[in-house]
Design a protein around this ligand. Structure first.
Ligand code: NAP
Length: 469
C-alpha cells in the first residue's frame, strides 16, 4: 500500500463471520465503489491467531461441513484488492488501540465472545465439570483448548446443561459413531479420545418446556436421525402446559411449534432400542453440582413451572421440589460471553463492547468514542446464526459511512501499519501465507483420508507458514 494514499483506511479486529461481512459491506459501499468518492477503501483485518475465520474454523462442528463452506464467500471478500490480513497479531498485546488510531480512519471490533457464562451454582468447579466452549474448541483443534482432556473413557452418562444449538453440537459429537467424524477436519487427538469413549447417554437439562427449547428444529431432528441414537423424552415433560399452548399460538415462532411437535413425537416412541440415547429433560434447572472426593457425581435440579413475565415471555419458576440427576461428567452449554480486551471499553454486565447500534461508547450509557465501531457478537451478544451477522455488519457500516460523510473520523498520520509491525518484530501472517497453509492442511488431510489435517498449535502453524514462504 502507498503510505501517502488518500484511501479510506479501516481496521477490523477479528476474522470470523462478522469481520468478513463488515469487510464485504465496506467494499460494496458507494464510498468505496464510486470513482469520484476517493480512491477506495483499504480493509486490514487482524486476528490473534495465524489462521482466519473465527468460530467457522474453531466452533462449527466438524460434521457440519456444509455450514463451514461459507468460507468460500469469505475467500472472495479477501480477494478484493483493498483487503489485507494480519494474522498472529493480538490487540492489547502486540498492538494497542492507539497504534491503530495512528494508522486508520475507523476501527471495527468484531472479536466475538470468547468465554462462557458461569452457572453460579455450588460445585461448578468440581473435576468433571466443563464448559461446552472448552469441549467445542478442543474437538475443533483450537489452540486455546488443544491441551484439555475430558475423561470420556470412564464416563457413561453426561449431563448437558442448556438446550441451545451448542448443546446439540456437543450431544451429537458425543453420541454419534466416531467413524462419521473420522473423514472430517476433527482434531486427531479428539477423534482418538472419542473412539475410546464409553459415553452412552447424554441428558439434556432444559430449564423451560419443549416449546421454549433454544435448539433449532433441524439440529434436534438431526440427532434423531443418527444411526444408533434414540431421542428419549418423558411423556409428562413433552406435554405442553396452558401457558405454552397459548404462547405457541400467539408469539411462538414456527420453529418453536416444530420443536414442540417433534418432542411430543419422540415421547410417543418411548425408550427405543439403541445403546446411545439423548434424554431430553424439560422444566429442570440446576441448583448445585454434587460430587464425591472432588469429582462430579450428579446435578441437583429443581423442578420448574412456567410463568409469564411482564413482556409475556414464559419464564421458569421453582416448584420447590428437587431431584438428583446422576452423571459422570457435566458440560455447561449456557451461552458464550465476551472477554474484555485491553484498551477497548467493556460492559461487564452484558459481556459485550458497550455500543449504541454499533458505535462504541466509552462506558455503558456513555459517550460515543469517535472512529470506533462493533459488529457481531461483541456488539449484540452471542445470539443468532452465521447469516445473522451479515445484516448486523451492514448496519454498522451504514453508521461508518454516515460518520465518514460528516468527517467524524479519526485523523491518522498517513501511515501503513505493516512497516511498524515489522519494526516491532511481529511476524504477521498475510492472506497469501494463510492460503499456503490452507492448501497444506488439505493436502496433509488427504494423505490421512480426511478433509483437512488441522494444525492446532500456534507454534506449529507458524513453523509451517515460515517453511512455505
Ligand atoms: P443459546 O441458544 O442462547 O442457548 C443457551 C441455553 O442455555 C438455553 O437453553 C438457555 O435457557 C440455557 N441457559 C442459560 N442460562 C442458564 C442457566 N443459568 N441455567 C440453565 N440453563 C441456562 O446459546 P448457545 O447454544 O451457546 O448458542 C449461541 C448461538 O449460536 C445461538 O444463536 C445458536 O443458535 C448459535 N449456534 C448455531 C449452531 C447451528 O446452527 N448449528 C450451532 C451452534 C451455535 P433459556 O432459553 O431458558 O434462557
Amino acid at each position: 500500500m502507498d503510505p501517502s494514499s488518500s484511501k479510506w483506511r479501516v481496521a477490523v479486529i477479528g476474522s470470523g463471520p462478522s469481520a468478513f461481512y463488515t469487510a464485504e459491506a465496506l467494499f460494496k459501499s458507494p464510498a468505496a465503489t464510486t470513482p469520484d468518492a476517493g480512491s477506495g477503501v483499504q480493509v486490514d483485518m487482524f486476528d490473534r491467531l495465524p489462521v482466519p475465520f473465527g468460530l467457522v474454523r474453531g466452533g462449527v462442528a466438524p460434521d457440519h461441513q456444509k455450514i463451514k463452506s461459507v468460507v468460500r464467500v469469505y475467500d472472495k471478500i479477501a480477494a478484493q484488492p483493498g483487503f489485507r490480513f494480519f494474522g498472529n497479531v493480538k490487540l492489547g498485546r502486540d498492538l494497542q488501540v492507539e497504534d491503530l488510531a495512528r494508522c486508520y480512519h475507523q476501527i471495527v471490533y468484531a472479536f466475538g465472545c470468547e468465554s462462557d457464562n458461569r452457572l453460579g451454582a455450588p460445585g461448578e468447579d468440581l473435576a468433571g465439570v466443563y464448559s461446552a466452549t472448552e469441549f467445542v474448541g478442543w474437538y475443533n483443534g483450537h489452540p486455546d483448548h488443544r491441551h484439555r482432556s475430558f475423561d470420556l473413557q470412564n464416563s457413561r452418562r453426561v449431563a448437558l446443561i442448556g438446550n441451545g444449538n451448542v448443546a446439540m453440537d456437543v450431544a451429537r459429537v458425543l453420541l454419534q459413531s466416531p467413524d462419521r467424524l473420522a473423514p472430517t477436519d476433527i482434531a486427531d487427538y479428539a477423534l482418538a479420545a472419542l473412539r475410546d469413549s464409553n459415553v452412552e447417554e447424554v441428558i439434556l437439562l432444559g430449564r423451560r418446556g419443549p416449546a421454549q427449547a433454544a435448539f433449532s428444529p433441524k439440529e434436534i431432528e438431526e440427532i434423531g436421525e443418527l444411526d444408533g441414537v434414540d431421542v428419549v423424552v418423558r411423556p409428562e415433560e413433552a406435554e405442553l402446559d396452558e401457558i405454552s399452548r397459548a404462547w405457541l399460538e400467539g408469539a411462538g415462532a414456527r420453529s418453536q411449534q416444530r420443536n414442540a411437535k417433534y418432542i411430543a413425537a419422540c415421547a410417543e416412541l418411548g425408550e427405543g432400542s439403541s445403546k446411545h440415547k439423548l434424554r431430553c429433560r424439560f422444566l429442570v434447572s440446576p441448583t448445585e453440582i454434587l460430587g464425591d472426593d472432588g469429582r462430579v457425581r450428579a446435578v441437583r435440579v429443581e423442578h420448574m413451572q412456567l410463568q409469564l413475565d411482564d413482556s409475556g415471555t414464559p419464564r421458569p419458576r421453582s416448584k420447590g421440589t428437587t431431584e438428583d440427576v446422576e452423571c459422570d461428567l457435566v458440560f455447561k452449554a449456557i451461552g458464550y460471553r465476551g472477554e474484555p480486551v485491553p484498551g477497548v471499553p467493556f460492559d461487564e454486565r452484558k459481556g459485550i463492547v458497550p455500543n449504541r447500534d454499533g458505535r462504541v461508547l466509552g462506558a455503558p450509557g456513555g459517550e460515543v468514542v469517535r472512529g470506533q465501531y462493533v459488529a457481531g457478537w461483541c456488539k449484540r451478544g452471542p445470539t443468532g446464526l452465521i447469516g445473522t451477522n451479515s445484516p448486523d455488519a451492514k448496519a454498522t457500516v451504514e453508521l461508518m459511512l454516515e460518520d465518514r460523510a460528516a468527517a467524524a473520523m479519526l485523523e491518522p498520520a498517513a501511515a501503513d501499519i505493516a512497516p511498524w509491525l515489522a519494526e516491532q518484530g511481529i511476524d504477521a501472517v498475510s492472506w497469501a501465507d494463510w492460503q499456503r497453509l490452507d492448501a497444506w492442511e488439505q493436502t496433509e488431510g488427504e494423505k490421512r483420508g480426511k478433509l483437512r489435517h488441522k494444525l492446532s498449535s500456534i507454534d506449529e502453524m507458524m513453523t509451517v507458514i515460515r517453511e512455505l514462504r
